[in-house]
Ligand binder design. Structure first.
Ligand code: AMP
Length: 290
């Protein structure tokens, strides 16, 4: 496994991989790797013969009052995990390498960023779209793998790739969970044991909504109310949003259709957690988009 810090060197390596006829996959991450990230890498390996991951805590996607300074990092541990999964290249740039003196370009995906996390995290998806576009230009992959846990991010990137005619397949991977159902997240490490218990209210909300949907409930307001009281019955919880929306446009719906996205953002203590599920007849997750 080769670790590359320079964007120029990464571009040269990526170019030679392509010239040699390899199929290249990229898994972008912010590090502090867990089983969710590793699953993305395993999917990447299955679909390609050269796997690049990036580890970069991107400052431009954090708001001024957000947790950039305390975002967890463990480069040595990450490299060990990546090596075990069989990653070929780790792109590990510094902030200076990604945003050198004079940098002034930001990419805006319009409508799908105006809902869900876009409301409470203004500018977040501009930062995400910009850094992902840069990473795609640096690593030149045929495909890039993202988690459905960050459903809106996956939507934004899919839209960007489509709108800018980038010749890259975007693959979405279902959320990897702890045995008790908590969605894996680098931020889970901030939860105290009591908060960890309250954090299960997100997974319980998805289950409750799934049951109500299966029993025929289609009123968004009814489901939302039931979820809000479930979450707030747990200590240390503060709801950012509980939204039932169209899984493509992310616009709110009043009446659930045969495929509706339930998306949640909840602060548990000081840790902001997100989770989601597509409520639909038959399967409850969308497997792949391109
Ligand atoms: P992050 O390091 O949090 O920016 O995440 C990097 C990638 O891993 C993103 O595509 C996330 O959606 C994905 N990811 C994070 N947590 C999970 C999870 N529990 N299951 C699947 N994918 C995940």
């Amino acid at each position: 496994m080769e670790v590359i810090e320079s964007r120029k060197q990464m571009q040269e390596r990526a170019e030679s991989l392509r010239l040699a006829g390899h199929t290249v996959a990229l898994v972008p991450t912010m590090g502090f790797l867990h089983e969710g990230h590793l699953e993305l890498m395993k999917v990447g390996k299955r679909h390609s013969d050269k796997l690049i991951i990036s580890i970069f805590v991107n400052p431009t996607q954090f708001g001024p009052s957000e947790d950039l300074g305390k975002y967890p990092r463990d480069t040595e541990g990450d490299l060990e995990k990546a090596r075990k999964v069989g990653v070929d290249f780790v792109f590990l740039p510094s902030t200076q390498e990604m945003y050198p003196e004079g940098y002034q370009t930001r990419l805006q995906v319009e409508r799908v960023t105006q809902h869900l996390c876009g409301i409470s995290r203004p500018g977040h998806f501009e930062g995400v779209a910009t850094v992902v576009a840069k990473l795609l230009n640096i690593t030149k992959p045929h495909m890039a793998i993202f988690g459905q846990k960050d459903f809106q991010q996956l939507t934004v990137i899919s839209r960007m790739v489509m709108d800018l005619n980038m010749d890259i397949q975007i693959i979405g991977v279902p959320t990897v969970r702890e045995p008790d159902g908590l969605a894996m997240s680098s931020r889970n490490k901030f939860l105290s044991p009591e908060e960890r218990e309250s954090a299960l209210s997100l997974r319980k909300s998805l289950d409750l909504a799934g049951e109500m949907f299966m029993e025929g409930e289609r009123g968004a307001r009814v489901i939302k109310k039931a979820i809000e009281s479930l979450i707030l019955s747990h200590p240390h919880t503060e709801i950012d949003y509980v939204t039932l929306c169209d899984p493509v446009t992310l616009e709110d719906v009043e009446t659930l259709t045969d495929e509706t996205l339930l998306a949640l953002a909840v602060r548990v203590g000081t840790t902001r957690l997100i989770d989601n599920r597509v409520l639909c007849k038959g399967s409850d997750q969308i497997i792949s988009r391109s």
